[in-house]
Design a binder for this molecule. Sequence first.
Ligand SMILES: NC(=O)C1=CN([C@@H]2O[C@H](COP(=O)(O)OP(=O)(O)OC[C@H]3O[C@@H](n4cnc5c(N)ncnc54)[C@H](O)[C@@H]3O)[C@@H](O)[C@H]2O)C=CC1
Ligand SMILES: O=C(O)C1=N[C@H](C(=O)O)C[C@H](O)C1
Length: 269
Amino acid sequence: MSKALNVVIVGAGGRMGRTLIESVLSTPNTKLHAAIDRSGSDFIGQDAGLFVGKKTGVIVSDDLATALDGADVLIDFTRPEATLDYLAACTSRGVSMIIGTTGFDDAGKTAIKAASEKIRIVFAANYSVGVNLTFKLLDIASRVLAEDYDIEIIEAHHRHKVDAPSGTALRMGEVIANALGRDLKQCAVYGREGVTGERDPGTIGFATVRAGDVVGDHTALFATNGERVEITHKASSRATFANGAVRAARWLADQPVGLYDMQDVLGLR
Ligand SMILES: NC(=O)C1=CN([C@@H]2O[C@H](COP(=O)(O)OP(=O)(O)OC[C@H]3O[C@@H](n4cnc5c(N)ncnc54)[C@H](O)[C@@H]3O)[C@@H](O)[C@H]2O)C=CC1
Ligand SMILES: O=C(O)C1=N[C@H](C(=O)O)C[C@H](O)C1
């Protein structure tokens, strides 16, 4: 596209919001159109470049209606309840969305799907290239190791994360369950405590660690008698997620209305 892409960042003062602002500012032909945070946030009234050492002239605001005027795409890494409000506003204004927020219930996911009949949306639990490659590796591993391998997913994140298991861990579980012809809702075991009995071979277990400043570690473990395979991804910077989300925003501008994920953006389908 020749015209610059006008991007709105919501949750601008958050960990991902700040990293997204940095990524937008350093991406050619991509313009920070507006930066939004919730009313009452300490960041309202500050220059959006405050945390990345650049004066942008874009002031963080809580005025979404004005922000959407002339916007091409809104990038959202916030909380599910906030995302659903942004979704309604973007749908009525015809603004595309990149959704990185995790922790949606089924109703939230259904609302995103319904909105994608009217606007373009990319919705992904993880925007890093490495994690999306890992999803492909898990599909292959699950098919090869389908018989007699116990499958467990272990994830670790920083102490501030509010949802568990991570969206990425749940997506890993879905990829594995799909490859094995299982339904994750029926076979997932979220943590163990007390006298649990022996492991049910049809289950996929999840274990969650929350500690310090871990950006995001995910391991899928396939174990049987005599060997185990571990497929691990470790993020060391949030820039990997932010750069992926901005890449998705640029890609989405050329797509028809619909619902996509990062596998589509990367051509990994
Ligand atoms: N898909 C991906 O690649 C990634 C997804 N995430 C997800 O992004 C989300 C945000 O993560 P962080 O930046 O670490 O969180 P954070 O807590 O640092 O930032 C959240 C931002 O959202 C705003 N916010 C919170 N509740 C709100 C509400 N009700 N209305 C309006 N704004 C609200 C906050 O003011 C803040 O600016 C989480 O769901 C996380 O799991 C994080 C990293 C990568
Ligand atoms: O909250 C985070 O930080 C992250 N959340 C995402 C998730 O829940 O999978 C992606 C990444 O691991 C970082």
